[in-house]
Design a binder for this molecule. Sequence first.
Ligand code: 1CP
Length: 351
Amino acid sequence: MTQSNDNHTPKRLLATLRGEVQASPPFWMMRQAGRYLPEYRESRARAGGFLDLCYSPEFACEVTLQPLRRFGMDGAILFSDILVVPDGLGLDVSFVQGEGPKLVPIKSSADLPQLDETKFLGHLEPVYEAVSLIRDQVPPGTTVLGFAGAPWTVATYMIEGGSSRDFAKTKDWAYGQPDSFQQVIDLLVDATVLHLSAQIKAGVDAVQIFDSWAGVLPERAFRRWCIEPARKIVSRLKAEFPDVPVIGFPRGAGGLYSPYATETGVDAVSLDTCVSPGWACNSLPQTCVLQGNLDPRLVVVGGSAMLDEAKFILDAFVGRPFVFNLGHGFVPETPPENVAALSDAIRAWKS
Ligand code: 1CP
């Protein structure tokens, strides 16, 4: 049985990620810490800014624990961001309130930084310190989750200089000069492995790789820039940490969830809102743990619309190792009382 460090409470989420079927599935929610919680907004204001929050181990730990105190999720996801990786590479990331992330865009492989392992891990040390604090402070039985962005998704921010609607610069580079774009991806594969390994050494139980923009690529590009880098990251992590489950989230991949689940070596896939639960159960390997996939807008609406859909999802995954989650992260206007009602409904549900 899976035990937490300091007592004998089983970690239900970790057990599920290792393939156990539970009578009532464990749950956590993407962006469960964040702007929809007044206590988060207060911590963010006290820390100074978003990156100050990420790089202060005490604040990052505090913000990670806030949703657990209210809603009792089975998983605590490290409070950080996928863009600490380019920041650790020296690309100078900033977050402007209301505008999202800003980076000085890289235009060619000549602009690529070198990965200096010592500098990179030194810069990100506060993140790993936050993991140690979280591991020591989570309630018994809580699974601690680490994460990183997938190379393709992180590359889009480095090349576009922030969020994008059409990913034009990134696609033009990837399609027009694939060998040079491969260097961007290879650098990010190495940095991601370093970052996730350091989180595991600091005490996370499992990790999730967020490929939020995987869904904008056609099949052959998806295979080269999403599946192949994920496969490399997973195989390098598994060589060192064979027992640490890896969750992949190729958001928007549609039918390509199938080769992603079979070929990357991930233990679990997180399904976005548009994936049919029935299709996922029938088409994805039995050995693959499934996670998902409530539309976060339903938690804004709440009431029976939210509860009916949550029940539909819970019923659909009976018999498989399943983790209840959202199909994407909470939005800032989510009423916390709807999250409380959803959490209670998941706990009360019986197959
Ligand atoms: O307080 C604020 O103003 C910042 C809002 C915010 C928050 C709460 C950002 C900026 N990041 C985060 C935290 C965060 N980001 C977590 C924390 C843990 C948790 O889930 O509770 C995680 C896992 C992420 C991951 C992340 N950051 C992703 C992948 C998941 C996803 O949502 O698709 C991406 C794409 C980012 C980039 C990012 N960070 C923040 C913004 C505004 C953005 C841009 C999003 C976009 O381009 O649409």
